[in-house]
Design a protein around this ligand. Structure first.
Ligand code: PCA
Length: 343
């Protein structure tokens, strides 16, 4: 089974990955069938996720959980709880670290107050395509694995969101036009962007975004087309500016004590399935990225590329932020960025 998984992971093209993934999954189902019907359920794991059940990260999480259940012959039975229903986004990592739940998914850059390394994928204009995001992840993942290990956590997989852009309720042609606007942030970087743009940041989980827009707590935000679509933001906002500023990642982690209760071969199977979930989720994100923007437009939003003065202003702000990150992220940060840039 391991070789089937390895074979899937090493495929070069995403199109092939999708097709081979399906075949791999069928093979796993077939191989595991007899074990599954004969075994008693082992570990039952609840898996909190912050984003809505229909979001592609959450759907990928369910596929991951299903594949783990089948591939381990029912030894590890994961139930996904999307939409922040078990723990809200901001509480998920702590809940896993303290053993309240064994596994969960969270926005990686949500933890950059603990270490700037968690915010590597949110440096504006550093990695702005799926290809660049994959390359950055390749250099970030080993360092992140070490940091999480020290925190009693095991990193399983990470999947990027589509590129980030700006949502407003009016036309914006330069940063000066955005002064004083109430801006929903989702981490420290996005709060910093608001500050540098002269806006007023308020941190709100995606699960509460529609409500924040409806009540006027927020009037604009930065995110992907995915979150705009999930939260039907056309009900409140009118303009989306494609900035392609960065592709933040969600990641799935396990409590180390829960992990260590599993035998080595079960751990290997889960790691294999996790790599498959990373490849499949990333491919799905890329496939959907353009479609989300067509849906914003189809629902009446003006979708356009940020250019001219607005683009120039945002690049200036991006430069300030990446300089700040580099100055404070230490040797590990420099190692990741050097590795990324030199490849
Ligand atoms: N959606 C998430 C994080 C990044 C994204 O595209 C959010 O807005 O909370």
């Amino acid at each position: 089974m391991k070789s089937i998984l390895n074979c899937t992971i090493n495929l070069k093209y995403r199109g092939e990955i999708m097709i081979k993934k399906i075949f791999s999954l069928i093979s796993i189902l077939a191989i595991s069938f007899f074990t599954a019907v004969n075994s008693n359920a082992g570990e039952k794991w609840d898996m909190p996720m912050a984003y809505s059940a229909t979001n592609f990260h959450s759907m990928n999480g369910v596929l991951f959980a299903d594949a783990v259940r089948v591939a381990t012959g029912g030894e590890v039975d994961i139930t996904v709880h999307p939409g922040g229903s078990l723990f809200k986004g901001g509480e998920i990592k702590k809940a896993i670290q303290t053993g309240q739940v064994p596994i969960g998914e969270r926005l990686l850059s949500g933890h950059q107050n603990e270490s700037l390394i968690f915010g590597t994928d949110s440096i504006p204009f550093l990695a702005t395509s799926y290809k660049a995001s994959d390359k950055l992840w390749k250099h970030l993942k080993p360092e992140l694995t070490k940091i999480l290990d020290e925190q009693g956590l095991v990193l399983l997989y990470g999947v990027p969101w589509p590129a980030q852009g700006l949502y407003f309720n009016k036309e914006i042609n330069s940063v000066a036009d955005s002064k004083g606007i109430k801006f929903r942030s989702y981490n420290n970087s996005t709060a910093r962007i608001a500050e540098l743009m002269g806006m007023l940041p308020v941190q709100v989980e995606a699960a509460e975004l529609s409500q924040a827009l409806a009540t006027g707590v927020a009037e604009s935000f930065v995110s992907s087309g995915s979150t705009g679509y999930d939260r039907k933001v056309w009900e409140h906002l009118s303009h989306f500016y494609e900035v392609n500023a960065w592709l933040p990642r969600n990641y799935v982690m396990v409590n180390k004590n829960s992990w260590n209760k599993l035998d080595k071969s079960t751990q290997n199977i889960i790691m294999g399935v996790a790599q498959m979930a990373e490849a499949a989720g990333t491919a799905r994100s890329e496939q959907l990225s353009g479609w989300y923007l067509t849906q914003l437009a189809a629902n009446g939003m003006k979708v356009q590329v940020a250019e001219g003065q607005l683009r120039a202003d945002l690049e200036r702000i991006g430069k300030t932020m990446s300089d700040e990150w580099m100055a404070n992220a230490g040797a590990v940060g420099a190692k990741i960025i050097d590795g990324f840039k030199s490849e």
